[in-house]
Ligand binder design. Structure first.
Ligand SMILES: [Zn+2]
Length: 661
């Protein structure tokens, strides 16, 4: 349990733009920070973060929430996990009792997996420096690969002793359960004998981190020359580790990737570390798998530019070719650096040093389609059928390039390489583009058919709270504006001068919410838009209970519709004012003159609402019987009188008192 006071300290310290900025590349625009949404796939940023309001909102997919909501959604944290993460980030100490073995047992499985992975990482890292064998074998190996102590620590490298169950025994002694150890794959339990042993024994350890820096799993490299042992062993997939959704080094590289707007994709863990040490910090590797779409989307959060680094052996080229179509399909800008025969980024950096490596990368970038065409052409010789295949294969790749100028340039270069006329190739490209376009349309139609299902990322999931409701129309601008005043300025105090019946003037102080609530209650008015009305009602309730409006209620409510609606209103204050202005209604920037704006809004709301109600009753008159007609006419009369009074009151209103906020 974290006490309320600590929670408050954590929430006060957490800067939403910093927290989200660790996962999404954000750029400052006006009062907000914007970037590409991590929750849906997009090319132009529609994800807004408002530091002053402590909220984020995607105008593409509608995802919205506060800093804790972001961590829950993005990192799949529970509420306490999100708080602990923030506490760690902002160095706030959480007083917690030491867990007993029973409590450890009871922890949720996921929590247990995270715990034991972190525990293992610390243990392996410690052995590397503080154990005789660790130093003699593990540390010597890393040093022989040219890695400095600083970089070893930065990547959390370690060593697992070459004993049957040294780690497993240590973990069991520290209260971790066999089940959890087995689930992470750190311990293997023989089915027949029940004998336990360490999966990674005798291996140097590369912990694999999430983008927020949690240890998810390991990659272990064997050092002995035993022939039957695999060179690398990785953690098996578990509740926290999914190899197709993880990139090795991304945690350490993400800032550099974002800053340099480019990501180097290499083959091995050691390549990543070696490049970081050489000052090329924007490098990652897909560990233990060929590149996946999920991994590409991870990169895309930080940059659309990927340069694939591969060595020139056939396995490297094959892997690179597999990657290309996937990268293009995700709209990435792909380039390639081919290393000279027998070299990889690590060996190159070792042999020539960091300046040379950086120079090599800068001067050897090739575009990927050219590379692919060259590889495909190799070995075709003059076989006309194979040649035609290469042309259509190349056309297929070029068709995936979405930028038309870029596409034309590829056609020009590849036509030259293939010794064909440009028009031949561009016809083939157009054909291939049509084909893939048709496929996209087909899947789009499927989407419409399944009205209640969302087809995204290739998986079909039902929408949360999938109660079918008619889509709500947008609220009128004045209602939007009034709710915005409640949400954004509800607790601001405004000073009014009022004229008493005896002609004396008196100054009163009220909050914006107080004024709105009392104005509406006094005339018994409600808002016509259901969501606006719900927000108003909730604010009125809070106003009565605690004399203030707590917008956290709307940021955290589990009612998705209400939450996203409220947050959207909190975010787009200024666009709204602009649209008012465009209609010739002068609305000063709210902060400039809150009182004036408040009066204007309440007045406009009342008069439009009255007009609406009169209109509704006129409408009903047509079909009403005689009794009902009389009643409606009386009501209409009342509303018209009310409207006159309202106008009169407005005319004698005291010239606005200028406050600066
Ligand atoms: Zn989105």
């Amino acid at each position: 349990m974290i006490d309320q006071e600590t929670i408050q300290r954590i929430m006060d310290a957490a800067r939403i733009e910093e927290v989200i900025g660790d996962f999404v590349s954000l750029k400052k625009r006006g009062a907000n920070h914007i970037g590409c949404c991590p929750f849906h796939n997009e090319k132009t940023p529609s994800f807004y973060v408002s530091p002053s309001k402590g909220i984020y909102k995607c105008f593409g997919c509608g995802e919205a929430g506060d800093v804790v909501g972001f961590l829950k959604k993005h990192e799949h944290y529970t509420y306490p996990e999100a708080l602990r993460y923030l506490a760690k980030k902002y160095n706030i100490e959480i007083q917690e009792e030491e867990l007993t073995p029973e409590e450890k047992q009871r922890q949720t499985e996921r929590d247990g997996l995270f715990h034991v992975s972190e525990f293992a990482q610390k243990y392996f890292a410690e052995l590397l420096y503080n154990d005789e064998m660790g130093r003699a074998v593990g540390l010597s190996y890393f040093h022989s690969r040219g890695l400095s102590d600083e970089i070893i620590k930065r990547f959390g490298l370690g060593y697992c002793l070459d004993e049957w169950s040294n780690f497993t025994d240590h973990a069991l002694r520290n209260g971790y359960s066999e089940a959890v150890l087995e689930k992470t794959g750190l311990t293997i339990i023989k089915e027949d004998t029940g004998k336990k042993y360490d999966r990674f024994r005798g291996r140097v350890m590369f912990p694999i981190y999430s983008i927020s820096g949690r240890v998810l799993g390991f990659s272990g490299r064997v050092l002995s020359s035993e022939k039957q042992a695999a060179k690398y062993v990785n953690s098996p997939d578990s509740d926290i580790y999914n190899k197709s959704r993880i990139l090795y080094g991304l945690f350490q590289a993400r800032t550099a990737i974002s800053k340099q707007d480019k990501c180097y994709l290499v083959e091995g863990n050691i390549d990543v570390i070696s490049m970081h040490q050489s000052g090329v910090e924007n490098a990652v590797a897909s560990c233990g798998t060929s590149l996946t779409t999920e991994q590409i989307r991870l990169i895309k959060r930080y940059t659309p530019n990927v340069t694939v680094l591969y060595d020139g052996d056939s396995a490297g080229i094959k892997a690179a070719l597999r990657a290309v179509d996937l990268l293009f399909a995700e709209g990435m800008h792909v380039r390639l650096v081919l290393f000279p025969d027998g070299e990889d980024p690590d060996s190159y950096a070792q042999k020539y040093g960091s300046t040379q490596l950086q120079d090599y990368l800068a001067t050897h970038e090739d575009n990927f389609i050219m590379f692919k065409t060259r590889v495909l052409l190799d070995g075709v010789k003059n076989d006309p059928i194979r040649r035609a295949e290469v042309i259509s294969e190349t056309a297929r790749s070029i068709a995936m390039v979405t930028d038309m100028l870029e596409r034309a340039e590829y056609i020009r270069q590849c036509a030259y390489l293939l010794h064909v006329d440009e028009t031949v190739l561009s016809t083939a490209v157009a054909k291939a583009a049509r084909k893939s376009g048709e496929q996209r349309v087909e899947s789009g139609e499927r989407r419409v058919e399944n009205g209640e299902q969302r087809v995204e990322n290739g998986t079909v999931e039902s929408e949360p709270h999938a109660t079918p409701h008619a889509p709500l129309s947008a609220p009128s601008e004045v209602e939007r504006h009034m709710v915005q005043l409640l949400l954004n300025y509800g607790n601001h105090t405004v000073v009014q001068e009022i004229e008493l019946p005896d002609g004396q003037r008196q100054t009163t102080e009220n909050t914006v919410a107080e004024i709105i609530v009392s104005e509406l209650q006094q005339d018994n008015l409600s808002l016509s838009h259901p969501l606006c009305q719900r927000i108003y009602e909730q604010c009125a309730l809070m106003q009565q209970m605690s004399h203030s409006v707590d917008v956290n209620y709307f940021k955290n409510t589990t009612d998705d519709q209400l939450r996203t609606f409220a947050i959207a209103l909190m975010m787009d204050t200024y666009t709204l004012s602009d649209s008012w202005r465009a209609k010739g209604i002068f609305v000063p920037k709210m902060e400039d003159n809150l009182l004036q704006d408040l009066r204007e809004t309440v007045y406009t709301f009342k008069s439009t609402r009255i007009a609406q109600m009169i209109e509704e009753r006129r409408e009903q008159l047509r079909t009403a019987d005689e009794d009902r007609q009389r009643m409606l006419l009386a009501e209409i009369q009342q509303y018209i009188e009310f409207g006159h009074k309202l106008q009169k009151a407005r005319n004698i209103i005291i010239a606005p008192h200028h406050n600066s906020f």
